[in-house]
Design a protein around this ligand. Sequence first.
Ligand code: ZN
Ligand code: ZN
Ligand code: FE
Length: 761
Amino acid sequence: MRVKIIKGNSTIKITVKGLVQGVGFRPFIYRLATNHQITGWVKNADEGVIIHASGDSVSLALFVDAIKTDAPAAASILSITTKKLPNGCFTDFRILKSDNNRNAAELTQIGPDIAVCANCLTDLKKQTHRVSYPLINCTHCGPRFSIIKNLPYDRVRTTMGKFAMCRTCHDEFNDINDRRFHAQPIACNQCGPIYKMLAEGEEITNFEAILKKSASMLDGGRIVAVKGVGGFFIACDALKNPTILKLRNLKGRDGKPFAVMFRNTNKVLDFCFADSEELTLLQSWRRPVVILPGKGKLPDGVSNGLKTVGAFLPYMPFHYLLFEKLKTDALVFTSGNFSDEPIIKSNKKAFDKLATICDAVVFYNRKIYNRVDDSVDRIINSKPQIIRRSRGYAPAPVPTTINVTNILAVGGELKNTFCIGRNNSAILSQHIGDLKDHETFQFYSESINRFKKLFRVNPELVAHDLHPDYYSTKFAKESGLPAIAVQHHHAHVVSCMAEHSLDEDVIGVCFDGTGMGDDGHIWGSEFFICNAGKYQRLAHFEYMPMPGGDLAVAQPWRMAVALLYQILGKELVSLNLPLVRSVGMKKIEWLTRAMDKNINCPLTSGAGRIFDAVSALLGLCLESTFEAEAPMRLEDIAGKNEDDLYPYRINRNISFSETIKGIIFDLKTGIKPAAISGKFHNTIAAATCDKIVQINKQSGLKKVVLSGGVFQNKILLEKIVDKISAEGYEVYTHSQVPANDGGISLGQLIIAAKKRSKQCV
Ligand code: ZN
Ligand code: ZN
Ligand code: FE
């Protein structure tokens, strides 16, 4: 963006909107202004950062350019606007106090938490008052969202408020040339929060002793709870399988792969494969967990038998200091919670609950205000796809083309996030989790209240899922606000459209697990022609019975039996398939009887369910120990070089009966599961592309939007994108919000805004 160059001295007002608070933006502007001989001032206001800049026109133009090109790494500028002002009389450049106008029409963003920066790691060794200070931070790094209670972002409105700065910190805070100028959470060994450790009935307060004890316990195969940025984590040596299995037992019912924190990038590469995009993401200031192909060197218990590894790098000073003392190069670092409960954030709860399963608890005395779990990403088609959007991302908004003010979208049920609208910003919550859990639901309603207050949104309209029994739907209905019910998969597709500012008819393909359809069946393989206002469902995978309803999601063997019974009838029992042997005739007969009598056998077209069925058929997962385990295991073993496929039929809908028969044939002829899985992925991809081409022939539409949890499957998504891009389609996939239910609140918000703009409500 270039301002017009006018001769002579002039003054302009520059408004910078976006993520510009809490990222060292004002000191950056100050130094930039000084370098360009600009006078005037900068201040934080509710609508963004405001600058009055006076100087010669060339300097002003360069100054405005540099704001965009040289901004701090964690800043994200949405817009820079300039307006000419009468010439001001400034003798220098200043940083003015924050505005705190609660009624301001616009509001700027709150920064996500930023991993400790390289300069702070240097200070950790050299700066006298911060040697080994484990909560070191600066204008460019440190906690943000996790400690913020209100806006504008100033220390008094964070959980750092109760810590008075020492003389040295105070001077640094006020010295414009210091790296910590206006770093709100500034602290040092003299004045900042401190770490403590509870181990073996003892409280350890000496920090060096805490590090040594933690390291020796971890290296010795013990389990230690460690307070992170947005909650507590449970750590143990990632190379000790017995400890890992013990931890799995202690956490209860949890078969999810554990994330692994590696000492450094080289150690990641010892254990995992990573290309340049994956390394960039691993090392980014967001420091997400990145799903990488493993080299098979970690014990089986880490990823619970999957070949992939959820890898990440240290992001807190404490992690770096701990690795200096540790012998192991890899630690399991899993969320400190039990099954579906939210990650524990308070010290007291950690003592009460985590201390029962951990040998020690390491904590500090700064409160976590907003809980933020670790984020999880995966590179698909050379770009990051977010699987869990939390630390490092939340609560950065997604810009919208439509005005979404004062709409609350309550999200789904599992992997819940909610979303509130303010002007043209959709503000997504951090990952909340499964609302069926009582504590998670409390976290949910508390977070909605906090977001309303923090972002000064007063909802006038609420959008919810079509499913009447979701806790989020009930929450929406109890709000007493005008409510709009949104079909689950329409919300998925529109969430992806919103990321790409698409507001037109598209071919929307949603492959998902479950979602209530408007014919009363369970959907999840939709081919829509849709826009944000409406959808037409042109095709789907053929319905299959889901014996036991929700139970069939947790027990993929039920889907396999249901599909075989639907296709083969009674012949199924004479097949002598491994699945039939493992499940046992008694259970099969009982299930087929339930299907004959149509007892609790809703119909589903969920793409996830056919992946479940095939996974169970191959004996990979008969009962899930975590969500989407069966499809993940099927993808995990898929032969990458397989190019063969099974037959399928497309009429109006897509039938995979012939596919299943082909799989049975292969199974009986001893074809390896890896090859079968590869062929199955190819089949789904081919059928999908054929259907897209068919819809294009009817409609002329060339834009294809792919959403839904099944598109977290890297093999499937890459195959489909490659194939249809090669045929000249414009393909849109997710990168800012999850393809899974963590993204649907964004779609709900946009759909509600569209309906409101057409005065349908
Ligand atoms: Zn720093
Ligand atoms: Zn200090
Ligand atoms: Fe979904």
